[in-house]
Structures are given as C-alpha cells and as structure tokens.
Design a protein around this ligand. Structure first.
Ligand code: NAG
Ligand code: NAG
Length: 317
C-alpha cells in the first residue's frame, strides 16, 4: 500500500477512486454466547454462517478460554470457507502456557488455510500488561511454536503470520517500536466513541487516527509492504453516552460511521475487522479512560440478540 502524506478526508475520498483493491470486512466474535456461557461448536457454526453474510473472516481473542479453539475447530472444518484470526492472551504465565497448549493440541485438527494469523495480545500495551520488549519476545515465541506444528494435511504452520493488535495511539508512540519490528502484521483499534467524538467529526477522526498509526508503523518497519488492518472499530447502538454532545448511540449513527468512515478505509484498500458480531446482553460494564463505567459494550453488535442485521454492511460507493 502506498500512503501519501497525511491528508484531509476530502482529498482522501478523491484518492479512493484511483485505488484498485478494496479492503475486506472481518468481524470480531466473542467466545461467550448471549447468556455469557462458552460458545459451543454448534454456536460457532452459527456464528461463522452469520458472519459469512458480509465477510469471510472472523477475529477472536483467546484460544484456551472457553475452550475456544477446541470448540471452533469442528465448525471450521464443517464450514470450509471461513478463516479466523486467533488471539493469544498474553498474561499471566499460566494463562499464556494454556494458550500455547491449546495451539499445540487443536491446530493439528484443522487446515492451516483456515488461520489468517495469530495475534499475541489485544491492547496489551494499552493496558500496560507487558513492556514492548516482553511482547516482542512473546511474538517470537509463538512463531517458534507454530513452526513445530503441522495441520490435518501434514502442512506446517511455519508460514502463519504472527502479530498483535493495539489501540491507534499506541502505534504512534515510538516507545513501542520493538513490537512493530518483531511482528508479521499489526492491527490498529480505533473507536471514535471512546474519544467522545461528535457525529459530525467521528468519521474524520477515525480515518485521521488510523492514517497516523499506519504512517508510523510503515516508517518503523521501513516498508509499505507490510500487512496492517483495523483490529476493531464501530459504534454502539444503545446504552448510556459518556458525555453530552457525543455522537448518539443509535443504529443510524453506527450506519453513518460505517458508510462515511469505515467505507473510506475499505475504499483505501485497508481490511477492517468490525466490533462485533452480536450484541452481548450479559457483558460486564466497561470503563472509560476517565473512570466512568458504561453499558455500551452490550450494544455493539452488527447483529442484535436475535441475529437481525441492524444495518446494511455494503458500502454505497
Ligand atoms: C508513550 O509511551 C510511554 C510509555 O508507555 C509513555 O510514558 C508516554 O507518555 C507515551 N507518549 C505519548 C505521547 O502518549
Ligand atoms: C475532529 O477530529 C480530529 C481528528 O481526530 C481532531 O483533531 C479534532 O480535535 C476533532 N474535532 C473536534 C471538535 O473534536
């Protein structure tokens, strides 16, 4: 991808018409179902089918929690078309070892073609779980582990990409360069909602933040031939606002962010993993940077609790 210097949204939109390859949509899927129970193989099958309405890839967070990889493996085999970004939870040591054990145990039962890549950590740097050097070491550790695992057809996972996912502001901070250097790919999370953006500025803010992150990542990596995608973005359609004046928590506003902001990124050739497949009515409250808690994360699905799609996920251009 060739990235011009930081540009306004207006000139950005002009550039899209010149770009040939449009980005693909993926979707984040929680390992818990609507009741907060672990997704069964049958529920993973249903999630893959629902995601396939607009995407060929899902993204997940941890392979041992909720027996995720064990339960999804038969669903991936029976579906045959869907791919998955696997997440590895990176702390504490016991948990990390359980994640590695799950990879070793269940990756041999599926095809390597079903795995888009393996992300070590999801906002681990943002939370301060690990230092950049420690996260870089874990990325290398997972790469070595995968090199010793073969899939159901006897093919090695050695070519499977290993990277990480973090918030856009982490990637523009040069103290995190070790991680970019170690990774095979980087995903960038950006939510105008958590930045208290207004309806009129949310798409501009999203594109601007992502472009800053991409520019820094490419500079550190020393190449633009490096896979960068959006790990999580989207807007809630219900719950309590953080502050007055921010974009409304409505379906219409989530659709506007999709058409204006997310479709701009897709048009630029960037793959975008939406957050998230389905509303999570029993999810614990989330905490904003200023300490306020919010129930919004229960209302972030592109599908509602009954698997009704809330708005069209086809870009108008
Ligand atoms: C960059 O990250 C370091 C280490 O986490 C932190 O101390 C610093 O405040 C960050 N800089 C910015 C501009 O956020
Ligand atoms: C709009 O978004 C841009 C880019 O993130 C930001 O610099 C600016 O402060 C935002 N404007 C308002 C009024 O929040």
């Amino acid at each position: 991808m060739i990235l011009p210097t930081l540009i306004s949204l207006a000139s950005f939109v002009q550039y899209i018409s010149l770009s040939s390859a449009v980005g693909s949509l993926g979707i984040n899927v929680a390992s818990a179902d609507l009741d907060g129970n672990c997704r069964t193989t049958e529920e993973w099958e249903e999630a893959l089918t629902k995601a396939s309405a607009f995407s060929s890839t899902i993204k997940t967070y941890a392979v041992s929690d909720c027996n995720m990889l064990e339960n999804i493996a038969p669903a991936l085999n029976s579906n045959g078309n869907m791919k998955v970004w696997l997440g590895i939870w990176e702390v504490d040591d016991t948990h990390y070892q359980e994640e590695k054990d799950a990879l070793s145990t269940y990756l041999p039962s599926i095809s390597k073609d079903y795995i888009s890549g393996v992300s070590v950590g999801s906002e681990a740097l943002y939370r301060g779980d690990l230092t950049p050097a420690a996260l870089a070491a874990k990325i290398s550790d997972i790469k070595s582990l995968l090199a010793d695992i073969t899939d159901k057809d006897g093919n090695s996972y050695s070519e499977t990409m290993v990277g990480t996912v973090d918030s856009w502001n982490i990637w523009v901070n040069s103290t995190n360069s070790d991680v970019i250097t170690a990774a095979d790919y980087i995903m960038v999370n950006a939510f105008p909602f958590w930045q208290y953006q207004t309806a009129s500025n949310q798409s501009h803010s999203l594109v601007d933040d992502v472009m800053q992150a991409i520019q820094t990542i490419q500079t550190v990596k020393g190449t633009d031939d490096f896979y960068i995608a959006i790990g999580e973005t989207g807007s809630p359609t219900g719950g309590t606002a953080l502050t007055e004046g921010q974009a409304p928590l409505t379906v219409a506003n989530a659709e506007a962010l999709f058409q204006e902001g997310i479709c701009t990124l897709l048009g630029y050739g960037i793959d975008v993993n939406l957050f998230e497949l389905q509303d999570e009515p029993t999810k614990p409250l989330a905490t904003a940077d200023d300490g306020t808690s919010s129930d919004v994360e229960r209302h972030w699905g592109v599908y509602d609790s009954d698997y009704n799609l809330k708005y069209s996920l086809t870009c108008d251009y």
